[in-house]
Write a protein that binds this ligand. Structure first.
Ligand code: AMP
Ligand code: MG
Length: 341
């Protein structure tokens, strides 16, 4: 199959019309969103959704997120509650996914047999326009091959999906750079399953009872069943071995400078550290305090490290609070818990 890429914005009517027709006819289309690129299919079409799993090599027990154009469109596919609308009123459209009990119209293949469905209303104008034009909710996981870092540019998608899907909509670099915050809610409880740009602190404004699933900060214990099936898979991993350095205990520059002499390694350093290191295989993540930029760069740099052909990557162990929790969660899973203290 030939994979076409078109540059788009929300006014690219002809291309969006073509993409919407592909979705309606059961094909897969890669879509830019504010978080990462998604691999979309008609969420009502069981076979189209099964093809998402095939194209990604995604395990069949890892459910998909269903994307809608307006928060109230959740009514068609799930049983909502007042807390959903309280959250939606302030945080939707945006990088937040809410898990609710599902209605029968959503095929069980989409939810991997679970009786709940994950719902997101993207704010990206292209994603939003496409869902509206397709006239159906769009099931879409990240558009990477399973296990690889999520794609945040159309070229990343092309690297993983060329020949497997007919169309990639190129909306430029994704704003946020990591996947949406995923929460499971009841009328009076929020459980954070995956951290993202909507932070724990923001969620606490909406509900007194907010907890964090164990798998967010720690490795799952053997045999433990996560609340979110995706948590159990090795994920976001580059080919090289990633090590995280806890700079509370170790001088990052001193340590990595030595490694530069003896190893074929890349260093994910802060911009402030560039001039202190040897100018070889550096992957600057942005300023020390600029968490937004570090988040946006994360998957871009992990993919770049693989292209450099290094054996090891050294990076700072991120803080596990506030906006930085999303980076921490992705990094500890990408490093297979190789943390140097
Ligand atoms: P991705 O679409 O690749 O960003 O991954 C979606 C994430 O949401 C995965 O970690 C899934 O396991 C999780 N997810 C999707 N639907 C559900 C659900 N019904 N219950 C729990 N987790 C879900
Ligand atoms: Mg994914």
């Amino acid at each position: 199959m030939v994979t076409e890429i078109f540059k788009v914005d929300k006014d690219s009517y002809d291309i969006l019309k073509k993409a919407a027709a592909l979705v309606r006819s059961g094909e897969l289309v890669a879509i830019p969103t504010e978080t990462v690129y998604g691999l979309g299919a008609n969420a009502f079409d069981k076979n189209a959704c099964l093809n998402i799993f095939k194209a990604k090599g995604r395990p069949g027990d890892n459910p998909l997120i269903v994307h809608i154009a307006r928060p109230e469109d959740a009514e068609k596919i799930a049983y909502t509650n007042p807390l959903y609308y309280k959250l939606a009123d302030k945080l939707m459209p945006g990088p937040l996914t809410i898990i609710l009990p599902k209605k029968d119209v959503i095929p069980s293949e989409v939810t991997a047999g679970l009786d709940s469905v994950a719902i997101r209303c993207p704010v990206h104008p292209v994603a939003s326009a496409l869902i509206e034009m397709a006239g159906v909710p769009i099931a879409a996981p990240s558009a990477n091959s399973s296990g690889k870092p999520s794609p945040t540019t159309a070229n990343h998608v092309f690297d993983d999906m060329a020949g497997k899907i007919p169309l990639i909509l190129d909306g430029g670099v994704c704003d946020v750079g990591v996947e949406s915050t995923v929460i499971k809610i009841t009328e009076n409880e929020i459980i954070l399953l995956r951290p993202g740009a909507v932070t724990l602190e923001m969620l606490k404004e909406f509900c007194e009872n907010v907890s964090v699933a164990g798998a967010v900060k720690e490795e799952l214990k053997a045999g433990e069943k996560p609340l979110s099936p995706g948590m159990k898979y090795k994920h976001y991993a580059p080919r090289a071995d990633l090590y995280l350095i806890d700079d509370k205990y170790i001088d990052f520059v001193e340590f990595t400078k030595e490694k530069q002499k003896s190893e074929n390694c890349a260093i994910m350093c802060y911009d402030e550290e560039i001039k202190l290191l040897e100018n070889k295989n550096l992957l600057p993540v942005g300023n020390r305090d600029d968490i937004k930029n570090q988040t946006k760069q994360l998957f871009i740099l992990l993919r770049e490290a693989d292209k450099m052909g290094v054996d090891t990557i050294y990076a700072h162990l991120p803080n596990d609070e506030g906006e930085s929790l999303a980076i921490y969660n992705r990094m500890i899973r990408a490093c297979a818990h190789r943390i140097i203290k």
